[in-house]
Design a protein around this ligand. Structure first.
Ligand SMILES: [Ca+2]
Ligand SMILES: [Ca+2]
Length: 319
């Protein structure tokens, strides 16, 4: 019984302490009803129209060919294999090879994209050590016409601790466990944990880092941005200008808006699949971005037991 009574006595003392606290803070009744709006002290935008990103997709390709019975596939170095829009005819596609072969064997997703981050310092006179009065800090932008809606990205003061899960978009499963000596190949749809990019939790500095991805960008590139940079790709056309409005709202609904909008010109991203050409081509084929017969004759992915010259040379049939 004693052990049950002691906590309730402590709760009573704690409640008294809370009541006492609110009593001493209760000095200005007219401000207690409506409060004061938050103050946006500083806004720091960081904008990179050519942010690099690269991801190792070797295990994903190894697991892919394993499903077809090649348990000993060995990725090679190479110049990759990438489907791209023909610069002379936007209705046609061409295959692009990298100028410089990789020095490491494997299949690699590489590219550039527009990276944007907003870091916003917000204070509020009603914030206490126990609870911030700030409810929401956001960056909003108008979607291109004919749309009349606005998209809002929430900024966080979480020290980058919260995981925001997003599913992969490419059609080939990207969450793979590959152990060639023990012949373990297991893949499923990947869930990538997106982060705010905030550095310190609870310091009144709110941050959001994200990617502006061209609408036609490869889903491999978008997944790679989520996987390696932990940023969500927001669709935006190359060359367009987005105007970001920074706002802060407190718990009473008081709104503050940063006096100027922040423009960002969306860069032209780039994408290549580099390294093992057969691996890159199969990655395209199994994502329904190429016909598997396109892969016939491509060097790479040697299976000593079944395809000593390469899976795409010995096994895959051409047109
Ligand atoms: Ca307030
Ligand atoms: Ca912070």
């Amino acid at each position: 019984m004693m052990s049950k009574r002691t906590p309730s006595a402590l709760v009573s003392i704690a409640l008294l302490a809370v009541l006492a606290c609110s009593k001493t803070a209760d000095t200005a009744p007219e401000r207690r009803i409506f409060g004061s709006p938050p103050t946006i002290e500083t806004v720091t935008p960081i904008f990179n129209p050519q942010a690099p990103v690269d991801c190792d997709f070797t295990d994903i390709v190894n697991a892919l060919v394993c499903n077809f019975g090649f348990l000993d596939a060995q990725p090679q170095t190479g110049r990759g294999w990438t489907k791209a829009v023909d610069p002379n005819d936007p209705n046609k596609t061409i295959v692009v090879f990298s100028d410089v072969p990789t020095t490491v064997p494997g299949t690699f997703i590489e590219g550039t994209y527009t990276e944007l981050s907003f870091t916003v310092k917000v204070t509020d006179p009603e914030s206490t050590a126990q609870q911030s009065n700030i409810l929401l800090v956001s960056a909003s932008y108008q979607l291109p016409p004919p749309s009349t809606t606005e998209d809002t990205l929430v900024l966080f003061d979480d020290g980058g601790q919260i995981n925001f899960p997003f599913e992969q978009k490419a059609l080939v499963a990207e969450d793979c466990t590959v152990d060639i000596p023990n012949q373990i190949f297991d893949c499923g749809g990947a869930i990538y944990n997106i982060k705010s990019g905030d550095l310190v939790k609870g310091d009144g500095v709110y941050t959001r880092k994200f990617a502006l991805a061209n609408p036609g960008a490869s889903q491999f590139l978008n997944d790679c941005i989520k996987r390696s940079k932990k940023e969500i790709p927001v669709p935006a056309s190359a060359g367009s200008t987005l105007q970001f409005k920074i706002e802060a709202v407190d718990r009473q609904g008081n709104l503050s808006t940063w006096p100027t909008k922040l423009p960002a010109v969306v860069g032209t991203g780039s994408f290549v699949c580099n390294g093992d050409s057969c691996g890159c081509c199969l990655l395209h084929a199994f994502s329904q971005l190429a016909d598997i017969r396109d892969c016939h004759g491509q060097p790479g992915l040697i299976s000593p037991s079944q395809a000593p010259d390469g899976v795409c040379i010995d096994i895959i049939q051409g047109f």
